[in-house]
Design a protein around this ligand. Structure first.
Ligand SMILES: Cc1cc2nc3c(=O)[nH]c(=O)nc-3n(C[C@H](O)[C@H](O)[C@H](O)COP(=O)(O)O)c2cc1C
Length: 74
């Protein structure tokens, strides 16, 4: 059941080039489909905007990972 949604913005630690974005997309799509998570990730001028939605436990785990990911600040 998609019972939790998170929408956030953050700043990238470094400029993300196309190969870096492609790798992030590949990693995310594989994980997200495994855990029943869907969403949207936008990247413009070092700013990420992401919506993730899915089961509460999966979203809690995923957002914990993202918060500590070195590719973003803070
Ligand atoms: C802006 C941003 C968005 C991310 N979005 C996702 C996502 O939607 N799904 C995902 O699995 N990982 C995403 N990640 C990567 C996670 O931070 C993490 O690397 C991934 O969940 C694998 O964690 P693990 O190695 O502990 O399994 C994102 C990272 C960043 C910087």
């Amino acid at each position: 059941m998609n019972d939790r949604q998170v929408l956030y913005t953050s700043t990238a630690a470094l400029t993300m080039d196309n190969p870096s974005l492609h790798a992030l997309r590949q990693e995310s799509c594989a994980n997200n489909s495994r855990f029943g998570v869907t969403g949207l990730l936008l990247y413009v001028d070092k700013i990420f905007v992401q919506l993730i939605e899915g089961p509460g436990s999966a979203i809690g785990q995923l957002f914990g990972n993202i918060r500590h990911d070195d590719r973003k600040q803070g």
